[in-house]
Design a protein around this ligand. Sequence first.
Ligand SMILES: *Cc1c(COP(=O)(O)O)cnc(C)c1O
Length: 378
Amino acid sequence: MKFGTRIIHNGHEVDPHTKAVGVPIHQVSTFNQDSLDHFGKYDYARSGNPTREALEETVTLLENGTQGFAFASGMAAISSILLLFSPGDHLVVCDDVYGGTYRVLTTLFSRLGIDVSFVDTTSLAEIRKAIRPNTRGLYLETPSNPLLKITDLAGVAGIAREHGILTLVDNTFMTPYLQRPLDLGCDIVLHSGTKFLNGHSDVICGFAVVGDPGLAARIGFMQNSFGAILGPQDSWLVLRGLKTLKVRMEESQRGALAVVDWLCRQEKVIEVFYPGLATHPGFSIQQTQAAGPGAVLSFTVATIELTRRLLEELTLAAFAVSLGGVESIISYPAKMSHAAMPRDEREARGITDTLVRLSVGLEDPGDLIADLDRVLNR
Ligand SMILES: *Cc1c(COP(=O)(O)O)cnc(C)c1O
């Protein structure tokens, strides 16, 4: 079955008990047990809840994994998964990693004795150079945030296998509709489901999906022990949002391509970052490892004043943190996603004061362009 069919016919399209054409919200914390000798499949809802389980199975199916785990936020998923590592371990992390991931690595996990090197992972040679005898994980985002840099996932997975290292990929920007890291040989896929997976800017959630059953058992233990699980109401909302993932991604990407084409022709736009541009250094890798460039782009403009006007005066894009909603969202990485990064670190990574990130929603692309034109060129 093709992706579009699997989203809808995900094994949970009919409730077996009532024949309802949807998953019930099991708003409970505990489950009655019939026998002292045999406890049922569910005992306590931190360990398992049928609504959350339906969502976990659906995301696993879409990522071609064997098991998936839903968490209370993307950061809860990422932080829980980082508990796979121990004091003395070293991680190689892409250098424009999500600001929250940067923060948790450099302030919390560093205290627990986990050492990190931030590396330009677009270069496999740089990754090889950064690997030490105690390196246990390679942590990637591709396209990265906010500069949309592309890392060769199959290439990295090959290096990781040579060294017996885990490859972790934050797949938030692409979603499994456009890119499936497990198919490319990576070990763990992470998501902020808050973004495109849920897609409606009304839930905070996160996921981890794996292929290896041994790894799945370890993560299941951590999810239950650490306890940062997603609740049943939110699980249901994400199940609902996921049903339109394919059409939302297709339409948002179509809009992004139109906006990028227009931005590239504007005098006041200095540089456009989008992996769908033939001039993007990662263009050909993106074409081989993903089904499209996605719906997020970044660009720099001529002045700080113009940057401010774009953020404050666009009417069709919310000026907000986040991305991947049905509404377009414009954000300012320097003070939003990367506020946790020291200024010199941030500027060294190219996240300057005139950089804005645009997540293209489902508005008509012509209307979005007219709105941008009004603010940029008035
Ligand atoms: C938003 C985001 C996160 C964090 O997810 P939350 O759901 O906000 O905790 C992690 N990675 C990426 C790429 C993100 O965009």
